[in-house]
Design a protein around this ligand. Structure first.
Ligand SMILES: [Mg+2]
Length: 408
């Protein structure tokens, strides 16, 4: 098999409502670049990449001269052809590599007639459990604002009823820590027996991170995710707070994983198939974590169905996956894959069993959402439409006002 073409299409798929986070917001839609890698046997492998609200079409187009005639089976060679670690100091292609790796695994699976999880060691579970992913958000058609503890609890109850979640992750770093602590406590009180996680995207000062961590020690926490920035910051918090710490920000490659093994800052490594450069590096990292008794979970950097499939195949093959995965997926109004959005059942999604990634593009949906991207364009992920002129610092002190009912 040889690669003969790489095509990229940028789509904008509507979210239920604009989602707020510590750096800004997802402005009511996900902008994702869909990648189709065509082989000389006519098969097409699928990949997907985010990009902070921007298109990555041009970057994928530029890879064709590197990958024309490349055999998709040659996955280690692929890594060095486009993301050699020293060349990457200049061209920084890890996320592009990830999307191409997804597509090559999809091609291999289709060619052999086996699902991707069979290429990765075989599945140890048929369904991957997910946490709800709770965001403060602006109101949008049919979906009210979420800012107060009561609004958050009401939203969580609706998600739990619809999808069966028993683990809840609050994305914070938007409002002052005391307000978000009140929200977190409200979740604990409203859903006894369920487990919780809090992720302020590393914007708390060490002092605030310690204060928040100590205040939730008695609750049913999975972990506290990136309360502060950096492995050194996490190490300080970890010394004084009796809640496991997780990260998806400062352990995203093997150098950082080694550092965290030698001197532990995070107890749980959140494996992102994009940030790590593919599904296979995540599997390798999970093996290291198994050896050193670090926890692992599957991270979400935003996804449509192709990326979700990579997360499901990863989750399927990790024996040491003891935490529910994260996904923004339930926040989407639609998907670009055949059949529309995959369904949650009892808080889990079934691992695709078809050849390759097990998902195919719905051409009509792709065309519709490519048109929406042409109409609406990208968005600045690191700006908040309701706070013109504001930008985040780390640590942040200029939080949004929880008393103000503002809308962009
Ligand atoms: Mg995170």
């Amino acid at each position: 098999m040889k690669i003969v073409d790489i095509r990229a299409t940028t789509v904008a798929v509507p979210l239920e409502a604009p989602l707020r986070h510590s750096n800004g917001a997802h402005w009511g839609r996900f902008v994702r670049t869909i990648v189709e890698v065509e082989a000389d046997n006519g098969l097409i492998g699928l990949g997907e990449m985010g990009g902070g609200g921007e298109s990555a079409e041009a970057a994928f187009g530029a890879l064709l001269p590197y990958l024309k005639d490349h055999d998709p089976f040659q996955l280690e060679a692929l890594r060095f052809k486009i993301a050699n670690p020293t060349a990457s100091l200049y061209n920084n292609r890890t996320q592009l590599l990830a999307a191409i790796e997804f597509a090559c695994l999809d091609l291999i699976g289709q060619h052999l007639g086996v699902p991707v999880h069979d290429l990765l060691g075989g599945r140890v579970r048929d369904r991957v459990p997910f946490a709800s992913y709770l965001f403060f958000r602006y109101a949008a058609e049919g979906h009210p604002e979420i800012r107060t503890p009561d609004q958050l609890v009401e939203h969580t109850a609706a998600l739990k009823a619809a999808h069966g979640f028993t683990v809840h992750k609050l994305k914070g770093g938007v409002f002052p820590p005391d307000h978000e602590l009140e929200c977190y406590r409200a979740l604990a009180e409203a859903f006894p027996g369920d487990r919780l996680r809090y992720d302020p995207n590393a914007v708390l000062s060490v002092a605030e991170g310690l204060r928040f961590g100590k205040a939730i020690e008695h609750l049913d926490n999975d972990y506290l995710e990136d309360p502060v920035w950096g492995l050194e910051g996490l190490r300080i918090v970890r010394e004084q707070v009796r809640v496991p710490l997780a990260t998806n920000t400062v352990v995203v490659n093997f150098e950082q994983l080694a550092s965290n093994v030698l001197r532990r800052g995070a107890d749980v490594i959140l494996l992102d198939t994009t940030f790590w450069g593919g599904i296979r590096p995540c599997v390798k990292a999970a093996g290291v974590c198994e050896t050193f008794q670090l926890g692992v979970a599957v991270h979400s950097s935003g996804e449509l169905g192709i990326q979700l499939a990579t997360m499901l195949h990863l989750g399927a093959v990790l024996p040491n996956l003891t935490y529910s995965a994260d996904a923004h997926y339930h926040q989407l109004r639609d998907d670009v894959i055949e059949g529309g959005k995959m369904a949650y059942s009892e808080g889990a999604i079934s691992v695709p069993s078809g050849p390759g990634l097990g998902v195919r593009l719905d051409k009509e949906r792709v065309a519709r959402y490519a048109e929406l991207y042409r109409e609406q364009g990208g968005y600045p992920y690191d700006r908040d439409p309701g706070r013109p002129g504001w930008y985040a610092t780390v640590p942040n002190e200029r939080f949004a006002d929880p008393e103000r009912d503002i809308a962009p």
